[in-house]
Structures are given as C-alpha cells and as structure tokens.
Design a protein around this ligand. Structure first.
Ligand SMILES: [Zn+2]
Length: 306
C-alpha cells in the first residue's frame, strides 16, 4: 500500500480535505477564522461582495453562498471539528448584540468556539467582561470594516481585560484588501506597545504587509499570524507573498494558525490548505510537523483545547 505524503500531496478538492487530514495523522482541523452572522447581516455582507468591483476593483464571487445548515454541513464534511465563528460591527451599538448572538449560536453548535467582538464605545468593557464570563474564547477586532482607531482610549481597558484573560484577539488590522482609516501594522503595533502581553492573531498575516506582520511576531511573544486567504491564487494576484516566505516561517512555525474566511471566499476551501502545503514542502524545516501545528495543535492550545 502506498502511503500518502500530506506535504507533497495536498488536497485537490473539498472532498479530499478529510482524507488529507487523516494522512497527516490528525482527527480534524481547527480553523480560527470563519464567519457565521445573523442572516440579515450576512446578506448585507454578501451584497457588498457582489459589488466588489466597485469596492475593491476586482470581482469577489463568494463560493459558499448557501443556507446556514448547508454551510455547517460543508465544514463537517471538510473535517473542521473546531472553528471560531467571527462577528464584527461596522458602527457603534452593534458589538454587544452581535456578541450575544455569537455566544448563543456557538452554544448550539458543538464545533463552534464561543466568540465576541468589540468597538470603541463606553459600554465595551462591560459587554466584553460579560462575554468572557460567559465563556468567550476568541475575540474579533475588525479595524478596517469598523473604521475605528484601535488606539482609541475607550479600548484601552478592553485590551487590558483580554491580555489578563489570555484570550486571543483576531485582528484584521492590515491594509488589505483595501486600507481603512486606521489600518496598518504600525498603528496596531502601538496597541501592542501599550499592551505587550495581549495575545493577537494578525488576520491574513497582515496582508499585504507580510514583512511588517512577521516583525511583530518576532517582537511580541504572544503575536501570531493566521493563514486566511494567504498564498491562494486569488490573493497572490494582488498581494503576493515574498519569495522566501517559507524560509521566513521556519523560525516562527509555532506562531501560525489556520484561518480561511469560510464561507466568504472567492474559491474553494481546499485551495487554502493546498497553499499552506506549498510552504511546508518548500522548506525542510517546516514539513508535516508544521502542518500539524498550524492546522491543529497551535490553534487548539489558543482556545484552551490543547
Ligand atoms: Zn474574515
């Protein structure tokens, strides 16, 4: 019998992801960056992507524009046994109810990690504190869509609360796909300077500023990268990785976690896994061990399952 090498034989379809995972010796995947939202909000997000040419200058045909039960079935078929469903506000007075929606939703879905979100507003410490008490294990901060300054003094106690709790913040704070008013890793770097013990996952590995993201990983010991959209053909077209990306990951292989942006991606899920396999295959210091850490061990330990 020929045994499949998961490093050199990446998945070639969504149906092939679960067999690939098994070949890697894992009993499932942990994806820290997926989105489930109240249906009304999700429909708005999808119509934004329908007009992506106008917003981003390129088409963004959402691949999994399907009813919620179908999307959940997809994740189960893919073997994603743990995932963080992320919600995020684009205006004030929205984060608290989105957070309670996310906590209620996660309570009904065994694979879902309870999550919360935040916005600079006077009530933030109160609803975030309640969410942590209710078991939130991951917090989403969307600096680009929220249009807020992460250095806002209204957020200072919230960052402190999360640093003390050791709960990771998935921060979309890079300038991609388009810059926001307060995006940029230099800006978020100032949040880390003020809260150096904060656990932060830089969403999309800081896309397009991959070098700046790696610099923050090297500087702050609780900063991580997620793989969301990174290295896929779609993203390489507008935010290509540096040629020596796999070599640069070699020293920080335990600071990278699987993220995908499912379901709002303009390609199939397996393409993200295949991109990560490409890095693992390109440098001997990565290999299968790197894949197991990215897809399972590191994210599990961050949400308290490791
Ligand atoms: Zn996302």
């Amino acid at each position: 019998m020929v045994t499949r090498d998961p490093v050199t034989a990446p998945p070639t379809s969504d149906a092939d992801v679960a067999p690939w995972t098994a070949a890697l010796g894992l009993d499932g995947l942990t994806d820290l960056h997926v989105h489930f939202l109240p249906d009304r909000v999700l429909q708005k997000v999808w119509s934004y992507f329908d007009n992506a040419c106008e917003h981003y200058g390129r088409a963004w045909p959402v691949h999994y524009k399907e009813p919620e039960d179908v999307r959940l079935g997809r994740l189960r078929d893919l073997g994603v046994t743990t995932f963080a469903p992320l919600v995020y506000p684009h205006k004030p007075d929205m984060a608290a109810w989105l957070t309670s929606w996310a906590l209620d939703w996660a309570a009904q879905v065994p694979e879902a990690v309870p999550t919360a979100t935040l916005y600079p507003e006077p009530s933030v410490t109160s609803y975030l504190g309640d969410a942590l008490e209710a078991g939130a294990r991951v917090v989403k901060a969307h600096v680009q869509v929220g249009g807020y300054d992460p250095r806002d003094p209204l957020l200072s106690d919230a960052w402190g609360l999360l640093a003390d709790a050791g709960v990771p913040v998935i921060a979309h704070c890079g300038n991609g796909p388009i810059p926001g008013s307060f995006t940029g890793l230099d800006v978020f770097g100032q949040v880390l300077e003020a809260h150096p013990r904060l656990t932060v996952v830089l969403a999309h590995a800081g896309l397009p500023d991959y070098t700046g993201a790696l610099a923050l990983v090297e500087r702050f010991e609780r900063v991580y990268l997620d793989t969301t959209m990174v290295g896929t053909a779609y993203t390489e077209d507008f935010a290509p990785l540096p040629a020596d990306w796999p070599a640069r990951l070699a020293g920080v292989g335990d600071r990278v976690v699987l993220g995908t942006d499912f379901p709002n991606i303009p390609y199939a899920y397996w393409e993200q896994i295949a991109a990560i396999c490409g890095w693992a295959a390109a440098d001997d210091r990565l290999g299968a061990d790197f894949l197991r850490r990215v897809c399972r061990t590191t994210p599990d330990s961050m949400v308290g399952l490791g």
